[in-house]
Design a protein. Structure first.
Length: 287
């Protein structure tokens, strides 16, 4: 049982009674101020302050608050910017046959397409990959690109397809733009089908759907000429067939459609695509 509580004095009495002790304590702290000589007693002889008195002064020890963990910390993403700037001058290399992942062969790579004004797919894909990389890195992810620049050759589709597992990645996204008839428009997201491994049979389809949903939310229209509802299952893409991590390929728009070409060629348009694709990747990794 606790001791009986004493009745509190009136507010004014508390205030008055506390005044003298507070003054005494204040005077004590003043005497411990960090100066060499001080006269604390009226008319007294100044005396040196012992080092122990200065050490007794209160010191702030509060540590800064811990920063919250970044949402993609510990995650690895492979981005595969389609084609390469040197492919056009290396026809022998890019046309040599490599495995397609389904028992056949296909060309190592291609030059890609371009807008009617000459803005190339490889340049678009490279710029877009760097924008997506910047967003994912800011969220804490480790991002690996399948090519280091836009002036090289390749790599071949089979090497690109294995890049996800080689990097120990959580997923891989290949970035492209299409070259179709001028009247066709919209984006589509491809995934390997029929599936060749467990990653392709389920997680890759989920990744494709998350990318599709994020692009729609970003204001982009689904394709009106290929796939269904923005998704396109494909058996012929070596860059997806070899993947044993969830992998998808985004054809952002039709470069031969004048309205879409204008968006692809603008920095603002590419930033919009990057924001949507990064959001789709983050949505998949958060599940």
């Amino acid at each position: 049982m606790s001791a009986p509580r004493r009745a509190l004095p009136p507010t004014g009495a508390v205030s008055r009674r506390a005044t003298a002790p507070r003054r005494a304590r204040a005077l004590g702290w003043a005497c411990a101020a960090v100066v060499v000589l001080v006269a604390c007693s009226g008319g007294g002889v100044p005396a040196a302050i012992p080092a122990s008195a200065a050490a007794a002064s209160p010191v702030a020890t509060d540590a800064p608050p811990a920063q919250p963990a970044l949402p993609l910390a510990g995650r690895t993403v492979v981005l595969d910017p389609g084609h390469n700037g040197g492919n056009g001058a290396a026809r022998g290399e890019v046309t040599r046959q490599v495995p397609d992942g389904r028992g056949g062969t296909k060309a190592c790579n291609t030059t890609g397409t371009s807008t009617d004004a000459g803005y190339t797919e490889h340049a678009f894909a490279w710029d877009l990959a760097q924008r997506v990389q910047a967003r994912l890195t800011a969220a804490g992810a480790r991002v690996v690109l399948t090519r280091p620049s836009d002036d090289g050759v390749g790599p071949c589709v089979d090497e690109r397809g294995r890049a996800g597992q080689a990097a120990g990645a959580d997923l891989m996204v290949s970035l492209h733009a299409d070259g179709s008839a001028a009247g066709n428009s919209g984006f589509h997201v491809a995934y390997s089908n029929p599936p060749l491994n467990p990653a392709q049979s389920g997680p890759a389809v989920v990744l494709a759907g998350d990318l599709r949903d994020a692009l729609v939310a970003g204001g982009f229209r689904v394709s009106d000429y290929i796939g269904e509802n923005g998704l396109s299952p494909r058996p012929d893409l070596g860059g997806l067939n070899f993947a044993t991590v969830p992998a998808a390929l985004v054809e952002c728009a039709n470069m031969r459609n004048a309205a879409e070409a204008a968006v692809l060629a603008s920095a603002d348009g590419r930033e919009r695509y990057a924001a949507a694709i990064a959001a789709g990747i983050q949505r998949f990794l958060a599940a």
